[in-house]
Design a protein around this ligand. Structure first.
Ligand SMILES: C[S@@+](CC[C@H](N)C(=O)[O-])C[C@H]1O[C@@H](n2cnc3c(N)ncnc32)[C@H](O)[C@@H]1O
Length: 256
């Protein structure tokens, strides 16, 4: 049976596995954020100590490859719990991958890391702030954290529509950006932090839910909506004048 947490973790892995082949061409926001993070990390290039570098929740490697084009030296170890997503990368990157459940913390080999990067992955973990604190601890002095994570405040359209429709909101609960920022600000000197607001066209509830499912990001600890509830949600969903909005915390810092 397993605990509710391990069942959710398995659900996350199953969903991403199903969406794996579509992920590289469909995850356009994630690709844009990976490029932005890599540009933000570029000034750190000569300032980084030597030591292990990793992309946590690397998926198909969007962020790893973006960082490798901006930074010289060592490539990044790609850690992820979803084998099918890791398999979207070709050799030689396949040699840099490690199947790993980040809910267990980091593997021993990342103690004293020089660079820990992660994009759109922390929100899937059971305790994002606790894991983030562990990532900061694992960095060696001068080591850098490069992070992007969608936060609470995203998808107001979904939350408000569910409320008006009188149905549960089955969105993944997202972490509070202030808590994450405070967690990182204590051990790190922050070079950059920003809560970015990405607005995407609203083509209706069906199209929105379909887009999430296409990339395998539909897992949620909330119960799935019954067909009648889904119809209610679709009926109450507002028109294109209301955009789909993501709030993404972006942060670059170095261990003191
Ligand atoms: C939206 S994808 C982001 C992938 C990549 N970082 C990017 O920006 O394209 C979220 C990733 O987090 C991974 N993930 C979720 N829970 C995880 C866990 N417990 N341990 C390791 N990886 C996990 C998923 O398998 C998936 O690859």
């Amino acid at each position: 049976m397993g605990s509710p947490e391990s069942r959710f973790s398995a659900q996350v892995e199953r969903c991403f596995s199903r969406g794996a082949s579509a992920y590289p061409r469909s995850a356009t926001l994630q690709a844009a954020v990976a490029m932005r993070l890599a540009r933000l990390a570029r000034p750190l290039d000569t300032a980084l100590p030597s030591g292990p570098r990793a992309d946590l929740g690397a998926g198909s490697g969007l962020l790893s490859r973006a960082l490798e084009t901006q930074l010289t030296d060592a490539p990044l170890l790609r850690l992820d719990a979803c084998a099918a997503l890791l398999e979207q990368e070709q050799p030689p990157q396949r040699a840099l991958q490690r199947l790993w459940d980040l809910n267990q913390g980091l593997p021993q080999e990342l103690e004293g890391a020089a660079l820990l990067a992660s994009s759109f992955a922390l929100q899937w973990l059971e305790q994002p702030a606790l894991q983030l604190s562990g990532w900061c601890k694992a960095l060696r002095p001068g080591g850098a954290l490069v992070l992007a994570v969608p936060c609470s405040g995203s998808f107001q359209i979904w939350h408000h529509t569910a409320e008006r429709a009188g149905v549960p909101c089955s969105a993944l609960p997202l972490p509070d950006p202030t808590t994450l920022l405070e967690t990182a600000a204590a051990p790190l000197a922050l070079h950059h932090y920003q809560l970015l607001r990405f607005s995407r066209p609203n083509r209706g509830a069906r199209a929105f839910l379909h887009q999430i499912k296409t990339i395998g990001a539909q897992a949620s600890p909330a119960a799935r909506l019954q067909p009648g509830q889904l119809r209610q949600l679709i009926r109450h969903w507002p028109g294109p004048e209301h955009a789909i909005v993501w709030h993404v915390l972006v942060l670059v810092g170095q261990k003191r």
